[in-house]
Design a protein around this ligand. Sequence first.
Ligand code: ADP
Ligand code: MG
Ligand code: MG
Length: 208
Amino acid sequence: MDASMFRAWIHEAARLVTENADHLTRLDSAVGDADHGINMRRGLQAAVAMLDETDPSTPGAVLATVGRALISKTGGASGPLYGTGFRQAAGTLGVDPDVSAAQLGAALAAALTGIQRIGAALEGDKTMIDALSPAVTAYQAVIDTGGDLTNATRAASDAAVRGLKQTARMQARKGRASYLGARTIGHEDPGAASTALILSALATVSSA
Ligand code: ADP
Ligand code: MG
Ligand code: MG
């Protein structure tokens, strides 16, 4: 995967999140403050604009730019969380002009670790971690058994959707939603939903 493929990923993620912004905001209106779609659309559109402006030449530079854009433009708790995730992922890729499927797996794992370091959410707390963590595990399982990028990203995307669905049964223990306690049960977590979209975008560009 080269820089242009990572850019295509972020373009597709911005397109999917924009298309689903109302849905993300509706999920956040049930468990939060009804702004997740607005926040994510703003952040990812800013990321696309910054990529078009600066034209980074390596995968790591693309993801570092996305991280910066999300931290400065997303607003809400999700901005610094996703921003840190992308920046940590960027750090593992260094300055390689082309990265392997295994390197991308390490980058996804670093994103998870970074988000958990600043957000302190565990699986089961009803956050984006409930989509991202099973996705990282599923990706690695495919790589470990000799699978390729297309299969690994598809497995990650499918696992994120399954994790998202499971968040409906959970009570929120982190972020703004935790204030609503048991009333969050029965609703999917908005951040898990945006993570599923971002990983679906990755699977789409990886199979093209
Ligand atoms: P805000 O809650 O500030 O309005 P958003 O609505 O954009 O921010 O994002 C809310 C999402 O952020 C939640 O659905 C959840 O997935 C995620 N989130 C909140 N707190 C944490 C945390 N500590 N760790 C991981 N994810 C979190
Ligand atoms: Mg919100
Ligand atoms: Mg908010």
